[in-house]
Design a binder for this molecule. Structure first.
Ligand code: ZN
Length: 326
């Protein structure tokens, strides 16, 4: 699937504006330092005039000009950095602070799309923009154990620890996670925690409810839509760094589409691409719902965590107190 020209233009304009905003902010910091740190501007002027002198000599055929002058420029730059430090500013104060330092907010690295641009495209194509708002609230920094006690607390703690390890070790350790448990016990919350950490570290994450995923899969199976686009959706689903499937079991089951889902999970496993699944169903229910043999084979590749406890979403909504610890 591809962006329309308008969507692409809007995205690139967003990049241009972000780049400009960050560069202007750096220019303003430099202007401030030039005004307020004595000697800083003069050193800058000296460096600039040395640079233009080097260029003149170079154009005049003097090949040694650069080495000679570079040394002087380095010495002056060091002096300038020392002035900045003495005045109490961090070393990188005058540098541009890009939102994505990897591509300097251009969206491209050596002509190829940067991970930040790829993820933005995925967000637009799969209407994931709402996810970024959700992730501002649901992430490891807001994770709380206060809603659980006793065995529920032990289970949630084990699942949360597994989620942290999964995200921390994502690049070196291939794993899949399956969170099961009743409604509102924190399964989707943990998936969001993982998604947020991996998105922040530049990975490509696709987050689907099982209902949305089954719709996409059936479009692919029954060739509903533009063949090029279907191919591209298929490629994204099979190749994204992390696929998160929320609420497996809520979709309308259809054997053919379920088989497509399991072939997707199988293929991702062969490619060592991780998947995180959450479901309100028990493992027994899942086996009943999908073909036992296929499901069991898939389940072997997942670390399974059962979460139990009160419906936290309801508690939050009704404003009840968190569980009091004895
Ligand atoms: Zn980037």
């Amino acid at each position: 699937m591809a962006l329309t020209n308008t969507q692409y233009d809007l995205l690139i304009r967003e990049y241009d504006q972000r780049k400009l905003r960050n560069e202007t902010a750096a220019d303003e910091r430099i202007a401030y330092i030039n005004e307020n740190v004595p000697g800083y501007r003069q050193l800058g002027d000296e460096i600039a005039s040395l640079g233009s002198r080097a260029l003149e000599r170079l154009l005049g055929g003097d090949k040694a000009a650069l080495d000679d002058i570079n040394e002087k420029i380095d010495a002056l730059s060091e002096k300038r950095a020392a002035l900045l430090k003495e005045a109490g500013y961090p070393e990188d104060y005058i540098k541009v602070r890009y939102d994505c330092p990897d591509c300097s907010d251009t969206g491209y690295i050596n002509g190829r799309k940067c991970h930040c641009l790829k993820q933005k495209i995925v967000n637009i194509l799969y209407s994931q923009s709402h996810i970024s708002e959700l992730l501002e609230e649901d992430n490891f920094s807001t994770l709380s154990y206060d809603y659980y006690k006793d065995a529920d607390l032990d289970r949630f703690r084990a699942a949360a620890d597994a989620a942290r390890i999964f995200a921390d070790d994502f690049d070196k350790d291939y794993q899949n996670l399956l969170f099961c448990g009743t409604v509102g016990t924190g399964k989707s919350f943990l998936s969001c925690c993982i998604a947020k950490q991996l998105l922040d570290s530049g990975h490509c994450v696709i987050y689907f409810s099982a209902i949305e995923l089954f719709e996409r899969l059936s479009d692919i199976m029954f060739d509903r839509g533009d063949p090029g686009e279907l191919m591209s959706v298929r490629e994204d689903l099979y190749n994204c760094d992390l696929l998160i499937i929320d609420d497996l079991g809520t979709e309308l089951t259809n054997n053919a589409v379920a088989a497509e889902l399991f072939s997707l999970l199988n293929e991702r496993h062969l490619l060592h691409r991780s998947t995180v699944i959450s479901t309100n169903l028990s493992l027994e229910d899942l086996k009943d719902r999908y073909e036992d043999r296929i499901f069991s084979r898939i389940a072997q590749r997942y670390n399974i965590y059962r979460i139990s406890g009160p419906d936290i979403r309801r508690i939050k909504k009704t404003g009840q107190n968190r569980i009091r610890k004895e």
